[in-house]
Structure formats: C-alpha cells, structure tokens
Design a protein around this ligand. Sequence first.
Ligand SMILES: Cc1cc2nc3c(=O)[nH]c(=O)nc-3n(C[C@H](O)[C@H](O)[C@H](O)COP(=O)(O)OP(=O)(O)OC[C@H]3O[C@@H](n4cnc5c(N)ncnc54)[C@H](O)[C@@H]3O)c2cc1C
Length: 726
Amino acid sequence: MLTLPGDAVRQIQWRFADRYDLQMLVQSARGVARGTVAHMVASGERNSHEWTPAKNEMLEAFDRAGITAAFMEPEEGGFISGPKNLALSLAAFELAWVDGGAATASLAGFLALAPIHERGTAEQSCHYKVLSAPPQPGEDRKPWRGAFVLTEPIPYVGVDTGMLSGKVRVSGWRHDEEPWLQVEKRGRFITNIAFANFVTAAVTSDDSRIKGSCVVILEETDEGTFDHGTPTKKLVHQLSSTGDPIFNLKVPASRIVGGYTIKDGVIVPNFNHSEVIEAVFRRTRVAVGLMTAAKLLSAVEPVIRYQRERFRGAESARPGTVRYEQGIQQREDALHRLVDVWATGEAAASLGFATARLFDELDPIEKQKSAILAERGIAGGRAEIKALRESEERAIAFLGMRDGDPRREELAADPLVQFVLKDAVANVLCPATKLWNTGHGANLMREAVSLMGGYGITEDCPGFLASKWMDAQLEATYEGPEAVQRRQLTVTMTSEVFLAELRAWAAEMRRIASTHPGTGACTLATAMRMWLWTLEHLQKATDASGNKLYHGQRQGVTFPLADALCWLLASRQQILDVLELEQRGTSDASVADGLSGTVKFFSDLCHVQAAQAAGEVSRICAELVFGYNEHPLWDEHGCSKCFSSAELDELEETMPGIAAMAKDVIGPNGNHPLKAGPCAGCTGASDFLQLQNKLCSCLSGSRLAKDRAAETVSKVMIPEALDYPA
Ligand SMILES: Cc1cc2nc3c(=O)[nH]c(=O)nc-3n(C[C@H](O)[C@H](O)[C@H](O)COP(=O)(O)OP(=O)(O)OC[C@H]3O[C@@H](n4cnc5c(N)ncnc54)[C@H](O)[C@@H]3O)c2cc1C
C-alpha cells in the first residue's frame, strides 16, 4: 500500500459508493470539521465552559453545510429520504475526526428530535422537524435547537432510567377540552441546553389522572420556568454545551410524545418514557461508537509524521540516513503499537458502520412488521412477542438451510422472518458498538497519545490527540455508560436467533478462511466456537457453592462474556469489509490501481485484530470456566485424589515408569510439592481445553502479519502537511 486509504476505498468498505447524497454529506461535514472546527480548537475555544459566539457560529456552519438538515426528510427541509442512520453516523464520524464536542453538538440536536421522530405523532414529528430545519434560501428565521433531558440530579435517573424524579400533573382539565399539564423536571448534564428552544423531557406521573410515565415536549416560551441552568465544568467535549436546567412549565397534553388516550377519566400516554428512550438510544448510540472509531483512525497520520520526523535537525541525522528518514519508525515496537491502534480503528469503524447500515435496513422492515401485526389486531407488548415466536423458529430454520433449499426463498421473502433476524442482530450490534468502540477505543487512544511522547499530552499535539483520548471517555459514558450496554448484551446475546446467527457466522468465517487464509478468519471461527461453548457451559454450570453462574444479577459472569463477544463482532465485520473492498475495488478505477497492496495490508490488520480478539476471548472464557471452581487444597479431600509414594513404589513393579508420570505425590510424612494444592482437574471442561489448544495453534502467522503491516506503516506515504491545523 503506497498511500493512506482515500475516500474511494472507504466508500466501498463502508458501502456508500453508490450513495452520492452521502458522499456529498461527508465532504461538507469534512469541510466544517477541518475548517471551522479545527480553527476553533486550535485557537483555544475548548478552554471555556461557556457557550461562546464562536461555538454558536459552529452551529450555523452545520446548518449551512447541510449537517443539521441530514436528520429531516425532504418535505421537512432535508435532502435525504428514508432511513438516515448511516448518514448521521458518517457526519458524526467526520466531525469527531477533528473534535468530539463538535460531533456531539450536532448529534444532540438529533437526540432531542429522536423521541419525536421515533414515537411522536405525525403532527409532532412534522412540526418540530420543520422548525428545526435550517432556513431555505430567502427564508428569514432561525432554526429551533433542542435538547434531550433524561438524566437528573443524583440520586435520580442515571444508569437506572426507571428512577425518575421529574413529575407531571394535571393542571387544568375543562370538560370536553384538552387537559393541561404541569411539568416539573430538573436535568443534569444536558447537552445543547444553553441555547435550546425546546426539550424532550422524561417524566413520571404524580397524579392519579395520568398513567405511568411519558416523554413531554417543553418549549422555551411555555408558561412558567424554563431555566437553562449553569454550564457544567466539563473536562471534555467543550465545543458542545452542557448544563443542569430546571423546568416548571404548563403545557397542553398534546405535548406528550406519541399522544395519549383517555380511559375512565385517566390520561394514558401511548408510550411510556422507557419505550420512547429505548427506540431512541438503540439508534443514536451507534453514531457515538463511530465517534471514537474516527479518533483512532485520525491518529494514524499524525503519529506516522511525528515518528518519522522525530530526529530531523540533529547533527547525527543527515538526510538520507535511516535516522533522518525513518526516525522512531526504525524501532519495531513503535510500529507494532501503531498497527494495534490502526487495526482497532478499522475494526471499530467497520462494526459501527455495519450497525448503522443494519438499522437503515431494519427501519422499513420494522414498519412493515408493525403493519402486518396491526392487521392481525396485535399492537406491541406481550401479544407481539407471542406472535413473533413462530417467526423466530422459522428464522432459525432459515439460518440452518443450505443453498438450494426450496424453502429458503420463501423465508427470505417473509418480512416477519427478516424482521426477527435483523432485530436480533441489531439488538446485539448496537450495544456492542457503543461498548467496544468507546471503552476499548478509549484505551487505545491512550496508546496513540503515548506514541507521541511528551508532545502527545500538550495542546500543540497535532491531531489534538490528548483531547480525543479524554473525549473518548465521555463517549463511553453518555447515552448510557458501559454497564448499561453490558446489561443489554447480557439479555440480547442469548436470544436463540442471535446464537443461530453466530453459529452461522463461525461457519462463514471458516469458509472465508479457505479462500482468504491471511485474514485471521479461521482463528476467529475457533474463538467464536469457544465463546459459544463457554456460554452454553456457564448457563448450566454452578460455582463452588452450587450457585447458578449465568443470571442477570451475576455481572461478574455475564459482563465479561459480553465484552468477549464484542471483540468477535468487531473483528468479523473488519474482515467482511476487506472482502468487499477486494471484490468491488476492481470496478473503481481510482481504487483498482493499488488495490492488491491495500487489500493485503488491510488483511494483515484483520489478522492482527483477529489474533487479539481470540486472545481476549480465550483469556476471559478460561477465567469464567475455571475461575468459579474451588482450587483443591492439601487437605484430606484434595490428597485423596493423589498417589502416595508407597502406592507408586508398588505400582512401579507392574507398570514401570508410572512414577515418572505421577504428579502431586504425597510423601511418607504427608509431605507434598510446594504449591497451592494438587493441580485442579478439568472435569466437564475438557472440550474447552481442546478448543483452547486449537486456538493457540490457530494464532500461527498472526505475528508475521503484524510484521508485514508494520513494514507497510514504515513506508506508506503521507501528505506533506496534516489535513487540518494544529
Ligand atoms: C458531557 C455530558 C453530556 C451529557 N448529555 C446528556 C444529555 O444530553 N441528556 C441526558 O439526559 N443525559 C446526558 N448526560 C448524562 C449521561 O447520560 C449520564 O452521565 C450517564 O448515563 C451515566 O449516568 P450517571 O452519571 O448517573 O452515572 P452512574 O449511574 O452514577 O454510574 C457510575 C458508574 O457506576 C456504574 N453503574 C451504575 N449502575 C450500575 C449497574 N446497575 N450495574 C453496574 N454498574 C453500574 C456505571 O457503569 C458507571 O461506571 C450527559 C453526561 C455528560 C457527562
């Protein structure tokens, strides 16, 4: 690979080569990011907690560039029709390439609208999106800005979103007229709040005439208090606004997101707050995961430049010498660590964009599913779960069918089967993207910073790497920190449909390995089988005290297993994207030229990543499979399973050599080898050990791939100057 991968390569990998609208969006978001935003960061705009005129101008730049309108349908003032998960993710990726706060400032506006878009009535959706769309040429108005208000001051809503203190009461209800509501809500850490004209706030009923909870829309001009609050003294994402607002407002009941019905004199919201936020977060969290992926990939070029130029200017480093030309890149470790950062960035981007695309596919199918079920008189809840059970069985059967099976076509065309399949995967991929990209991504950002030495932790560091490192931690925290994603994975990764998919993916990886052995796909397939074996084992096994291992409360078991799965998912998608590039790249003249070198390098990165993923899975699974067994002691019970030296002497007469094989021998005075106890056995887990053995040898070649990737990193050409100012 001669140069860093360009747009044409990325468009193929992330599957928007045939979407001109998305390519335009990427270009315009990039213009704002590497222009307006980069200048703001370079001139110290992150040093203030306040919402400044410059930060406000950034929002206007988003409007002019079409980033704000990317959320809207054409009839609402937008330019992209249909699902927009990939579009919004691409825009966030471009902005986060330079600054996470800028990306958040744009995403938070969408987050405010998302409850209305996902669960609002048609009127609510159209009204607020039209108001929030940037003005058309010749139109004299300012777009509305919104904020999403869920989190409350401690001790209320944070990770536990069910614990709401925000309240809604009936403030007036005249016969045959719409009821009026009094809404009280205090927010904490609310993005966009300094300038929000409206908010979508989660509240619970404090009135017997309102059932349950809901999300309500509050406007700045409503009667009462709309206090934007003081800015939060953030250490991260300073280009976005965050604060703790206070609301006490009177609003019509028509502001309940999704509307309501009245039953026996009680206002019953059509959606409770949990249903609304579930629909919202499941999509918006994907773009957050992609923000951290952008940071990792954006670090590659500045680090290469720094490493190569490190010794230039020294007397001993004359042009033409290795020291001058290669700098720190003479050293293997520096290159290997950069390969790790790069491979992680690739895997994170592949996982995130695949998830965004999946939601784009899922959105219309979900609507189709709701329409089909509504025709059968089923609308959500338990009835829907029951109704979809048969489709789940069909979906599992579908996954097991061979090509050419006559039933395949029928099931492939069944919208309910396709919904169930995509939904099960999306339920896993979304939290996996948020969890792995941001959590593991933050760790690797530290690595990227360290590669720049002291420079890395200064404001002058090209690529703003230290800010990105710290910002990544916020990405791991907001919209639900890691515990929330792990909790969700714990439930969704055990769905029978998902597990059937994962088994199919393991087989798929083996097939890929037969044609592309250099990608690490075989290693990944073995690691997937190990993960599946471990889950099945843990679901049945108990700990040393006889307590069940796999259940919701036992986070020590379920959470690490969720972490392990994420490694596999990211690595798989990275491999699939390289295959796509290899297949489609030949038909694009701008890519075809250096295609084989790029594919080779990316395959080596896949191999590196697959080996790391396999190592993580092996470590985590081994700890879970064996860690809950008690280690034998040199007590009566433990020693009863050992040979005594006298026994061995006797056996030696009939079985010469047995003494040499025996371990843990108890001597005549009860003396024994100096260690914790007799070695633990592997009853019930010998298959695991076999898999682990296999996995170790599957790692063959992975370090050679790393060496090759490092060699490429040491030679790849980079532009003369960074793509944005330092
Ligand atoms: C800059 C910024 C912007 C934000 N923007 C918004 C916004 O626009 N709108 C909004 O509504 N909110 C916003 N938030 C709030 C954010 O979503 C919350 O901070 C986040 O969800 C975590 O909640 P918490 O701070 O209460 O953490 P806590 O709930 O106190 O969690 C602390 C730690 O304990 C762990 N933990 C908590 N519960 C469990 C559990 N059950 N099991 C295991 N571990 C657990 C967590 O994983 C975490 O590591 C923002 C926050 C920040 C910092």
